[in-house]
Design a protein around this ligand. Sequence first.
Ligand code: CUA
Length: 364
Amino acid sequence: MKSTFPLFPDSASTLSGHVDALFIVWSLVSLFFTVLIAGLIVVLMSRYRRRHPEEVGADERAALWLEILWSAVPLAIMLAMFAWGTKVFFELYRPPADAVEYTAIGKQWMWKVQHPEGQSEINALHIPVGQSVKIKLASEDVIHSFYIPAFRVKQDAVPGRYTSLWFNATKPGVYHLFCAEYCGTEHSRMIGSVIVMEPRDYESWMAGGVGGKSMVASGSDLFTSLACATCHRPSPGVTQRGPNLEGVFGSQVKLADGRAVVADDNYVRESILNPLAKVVAGYDPVMPTFQGQVSEEQLTQLIAYVRSLGPTGAAPAGGTGGTPAAGTPAASGVTNPSSAEKDATSPLNTAGQTQGAAQKPPQK
Ligand code: CUA
């Protein structure tokens, strides 16, 4: 029992040491001042107690320098800790560009994990050691919280939107995965394991799995079966009802009401479930909602597919509004891309937002 409940959790990610250092220094600083202040209270209380009823206190203005000192020093300490904490916070919540994206969907009461290559698992996450991993989180019902103590990462999975966390595991092993948000009667059983493997072992684990289609391939299939392609992939000579999605992901999109938004995970998600919320400039609000027709998993697959269509690298806001069908690579004949072809050009990672040129859809 005691081996499963160590006093301090394993430290097994590149950032866990940073979090621990912050935590330990903060604790020591707090301890130091707690002891100092409590000690001073006792000493000063006895030393400066009133000795007879007529005694009058000294003029406290004489100790102005003391007031300034004990205000300024704590202020400096707090600001230093704030700066340090902010630095660690940004390290923890800004995934590096080469992070590989996995999806974890919380549901009463399990974690459903999907690998970019298509494997899925329940309450388990197999990852290679030394690889930056981004976990995109969603929830099917209530708020859950994805928590891996050994990596010092925790993030809520909130229904209706995407959140994420990232880590880079440094030691092979099996680590606890918890739900850290009370989410109903079986919350305490919503636990699992993160299995960190040597890259070689990871490869063979992947090969031995049931496999399945990659996220992008599944998304591409859905794009066809839900008939998204009818409006979102222009055929030459046909009036386009919806914007061409090539190059949209990660770019600025001009809306009919004059606003401009960045087409990220949450924007694409909203556009599928609540299409009228943000209508792209130049198009009529005719898209039906797909609320209830796609599961959380399917949504993440569709988004992976849209992301694989990549940013064009052209002028950010231009191509998507105003004159549909003009000035986009749409007419270039990418009307029925094979999933395999898409996969080859679509590393499923966050690099899509920064390395646009590398992800252009193939042009023929
Ligand atoms: Cu899910 Cu607690």
